[in-house]
Design a protein around this ligand. Structure first.
Ligand SMILES: NC(=O)c1ccc[n+]([C@@H]2O[C@H](COP(=O)([O-])OP(=O)(O)OC[C@H]3O[C@@H](n4cnc5c(N)ncnc54)[C@H](OP(=O)(O)O)[C@@H]3O)[C@@H](O)[C@H]2O)c1
Length: 308
């Protein structure tokens, strides 16, 4: 079994977590809506992750909705003391599976209670406030004061231990830090999508965790000739190289690759021990500016304001 501790650790709120974690979004049904085809397989993925040493799981009660959190509870409750479950709020699913903004104080309060109930917790370790200001799914400016104040109130009631921001701009992070301690930022970032390069470096200097979503490219994983060539030369898979590149990219990056398969989970966790020679890093660094990459990421492309 891979020793995922080899990827190191980073601070997340008042806890130290391993840099290789797990994102649970893929455990819901197609379109992150409804139950999975094989619930027992979803439970097995979660148990394998924790048995392999993962102590950071990313989720949301709007995955399913409710389904993913209920599967996490079934698989892992009572939780081990070192497990940090990070959730996110700020959206609600429509009956048609749509992703709708839900960030009034009332919405956020009910979202926190939904997460507590479905995860079987008295307090949530970290709650990311997920913004949906961008017309095309990405971050965009807009005031975060009212929803963040509502979340701080829930934190004051002891229901939320730490606050993070998701799909946030640098300005929103600075505004947020004037209102609350911000434990982490969760934005889209991977080998091919590098809008946050400067942000990652400043957050690293500030000691704030950066958790890239779609680390493997999202619903259609990254495809690149350069990535495949590097992987082949190292005897690794392209997904392992994509994850190792993120681990190499900055010390504050925490990984939450998503998968519904135990085989892919094992493959991804093995990235912890993959060393990238500097020449290969140079090749990988060029991928974002090359034309050989396909990274379809529904969250960024869907102009109905989809959010995950
Ligand atoms: N804050 C936000 O707005 C936001 C948005 C999106 C996601 N997230 C979080 O970020 C986590 C990660 O994102 P994600 O799961 O959407 O995308 P991802 O980790 O980039 O990629 C997941 C996709 O890659 C496939 N995959 C995983 N490992 C693989 C492997 N070794 N070989 C081939 N294919 C592989 C998965 O399919 P299989 O199931 O077949 O393995 C799935 O289709 C989510 O689980 C969620 O917790 C947050």
């Amino acid at each position: 079994m891979t020793n995922i501790s080899k990827a190191g650790t980073f601070q997340l709120g008042d806890r130290t977590v391993k840099r290789l974690g797990y994102g649970a979004m893929q455990l819901a049904g197609p379109g992150v809506f409804g139950p999975p085809k094989d619930r027992a397989a979803a439970v097995a993925v979660l148990r394998e992750a924790v048995a392999s040493g993962v102590n950071h799981i990313d989720t949301s009660d709007y995955y399913g909705p409710h389904v993913t959190n209920q599967i996490i509870r079934e698989a892992l409750h009572p939780y081990s003391r070192d497990l940090v479950i990070v959730t996110k709020i700020g959206a609600r699913r429509g009956k048609d599976g749509s992703w709708n903004v839900a960030n009034s104080a009332e919405d956020l309060t009910s979202a926190v209670h939904d997460n507590l109930r479905n995860l079987g917790l008295d307090a949530l370790d970290v709650v990311n406030l997920r913004f949906m200001f961008g017309a095309h799914g990405g971050p965009a400016e807009g005031s975060i004061e009212a929803p963040l104040a509502a979340l701080v109130k829930l934190q004051g009631q002891g229901l939320v231990r730490h606050i993070g921001l998701s799909n946030a701009t640098r300005k929103q992070i600075d505004d947020g830090r004037a209102i609350a301690d911000i434990a982490c930022v969760q934005n889209q970032y991977n080998l091919a999508h590098r809008d946050d390069d400067a942000l990652i470096d400043t957050l690293a200097a500030e000691g704030i965790a950066y958790v890239p979503f779609f680390p493997l490219g999202g619903f259609t994983p990254l495809q690149s000739t350069a990535l495949s060539d590097v992987a082949k030369s190292l005897g690794a898979t392209p997904m392992q190289v994509a994850l190792a590149w993120l681990l190499h990219r900055a010390p504050n990056i925490l990984l939450i690759p998503g998968t519904s398969s135990v085989g892919h989970l094992r493959e991804n966790l093995a990235a912890a021990t993959l060393k990238l020679p500097s020449g290969k890093v140079g090749v990988l660094d060029q991928i974002a500016s090359s034309t050989g990459v396909a990274s379809h990421t529904a969250g960024a492309d869907d102009d109905r304001g989809s959010v995950h």
